[in-house]
Design a protein around this ligand. Structure first.
Ligand SMILES: *Cc1c(COP(=O)(O)O)cnc(C)c1O
Length: 405
């Protein structure tokens, strides 16, 4: 184990020990900056794992939430919720989809996507087509079904039999995928860019190939855009770059800008079998969440915003490419799209994340020995410059420690 590891809170805690938490707590934020309880200021290039799309305390989001909080919090989906219908209509207008189901999290959006796909085949008289193909390195959430979909042994272990119906194939291997299709296969589920898996983009030609395969076999194509969506890559959804549309899509993370919201989007045909009573949620789509979701879209869909993400993302990637070049013992490469970037490391990525924390800049570890940079989409040149200085200093510290061993 390296000397540079993340500090873990030593105090006994009443919480489940499921998270190895860093011993720092934040009490305020503004834009891309966080202030900790000890008064220190941190540059947030993690955004709470791609959640704070508009940074911290964005005035438009604060106003939307506070305004709604003074009016109405919750009524349940037994009643019409105008803000929910409005957010759904806007998502439909801006995407491939015709219908939307709102949830509180990404995993729940995926659960809805999986159920929608299974129900589609059930209604078509082919209930045996409940199996879904997924990819190695995928991450779809921590519920029992989404764990089975993600197929990662370390997360499945000890939680009983894996939920039936998910078959995993190697990443970006078209022949293996074709060979895995059986008469029971009803859908393919994929992240256009694997997030937790290490910012691994599925080539556009593969995404188009998936669409063709699905059409040829009567399968549904499901995109998990929980991390890649809501402007993160410079388009509302990342699949737009490849020019292919799914039948079903899961969104969450950035959609609420920090308020818990998820959504399952689907075409009319895919959603048709999800009739009254087939699925439900108590909290999903409640007025507070919907007010914030609409406020997020006000900003993300405003003219020029996604172009800003594209240009500042390119700027950050080019700057980080220089940091990579200047620290060849620490970094291998920078990859990703828009503001979903990954620094592939030659030293343990956890050491780099810890060294970045010492420089008061937050990044997020990922699979494949990658550090993710997921800044708020509202960053400008100043934040890019700060990040470059701090990540470079962190890399130099890691390199110096490694050389001293
Ligand atoms: C975060 C994430 C999920 C799970 O979302 P939760 O809100 O944690 O349930 C699913 N898929 C992808 C791609 C994610 O990044």
């Amino acid at each position: 184990m390296s000397a540079v590891t993340s500090p873990v809170s030593p105090a006994p805690s009443p919480l489940f020990s499921t998270f190895a938490r860093a011993d720092v707590a934040f009490e305020r934020g503004e834009g891309a900056w966080l202030t900790a309880t000890d008064g220190s200021r941190w540059l947030d290039f993690g955004s709470g794992i791609a959640v704070n799309a508009l940074g911290h305390a964005h005035p438009h989001l604060v106003e939307a939430l506070a305004g709604q909080a003074a009016k109405l919090w919750h009524v349940s989906n037994a009643f019409r919720i105008p803000e929910q219908e409005r957010l759904a209509a806007r998502l439909v207008e801006a995407s491939f989809a015709d219908r939307v189901f709102f949830t509180n999290s990404g995993a729940e959006a995926l659960e809805c996507a999986i159920k929608t796909a299974r129900r589609y085949h059930h209604a078509a008289g082919q209930p045996e087509r409940f199996r879904i193909l997924t990819f190695e390195g995928a991450f779809h959430g921590r519920t029992l079904a989404t764990l089975a979909a993600g197929g990662q042994q370390k997360y499945l272990e000890g939680f009983g039999p894996k939920v039936e119906g998910f078959d995993q194939v190697p990443f970006a291997d078209h022949e293996a995928l074709k060979a895995a299709i059986t008469p029971e296969t009803g859908a393919i589920l994929v992240e256009p860019i694997q997030g937790e898996g290490g910012v691994r983009a599925l080539p556009h030609v593969c995404l188009r190939g998936l669409r063709e395969l699905c059409d040829a076999h009567g399968m549904l194509l499901i995109f998990d855009e929980v991390q890649t969506g809501i402007g993160r890559t410079g388009k509302l959804f990342a699949h737009e770059w490849a020019g292919v549309a799914p039948d079903i899509l899961a969104s969450a993370k950035g959609l609420g800008g920090g308020f818990p919201v998820g959504a399952c989007l689907a075409t009319e045909a895919a959603a048709a079998a999800m009739t009254a009573g087939t699925h439900g949620t108590t909290f999903g789509g409640n007025p507070l969440a919907m007010a914030v979701g609409n406020a997020v879209l006000d900003v993300v869909l405003a003219p020029g915003f996604l172009e800003h993400v594209q240009s500042i993302g390119l700027r950050l990637k080019q700057s980080m490419a220089q940091v990579v070049d200047q620290n060849p013992t620490v970094f291998e490469t920078v990859r990703g799209e828009g503001l979903l970037l990954g620094l592939k490391c030659k030293v343990p990525s956890a050491d780099v994340v810890a060294a970045m924390r010492a420089e008061k800049v937050l990044g997020i570890g990922a699979g494949d020995n990658v550090v993710r940079l997921l800044p708020p989409l509202i960053i400008g040149e100043d934040e890019v410059r700060e990040a470059v200085t701090r990540v470079d200093a962190a890399a130099k510290a890691v390199a110096a420690k490694a050389a001293a061993v």
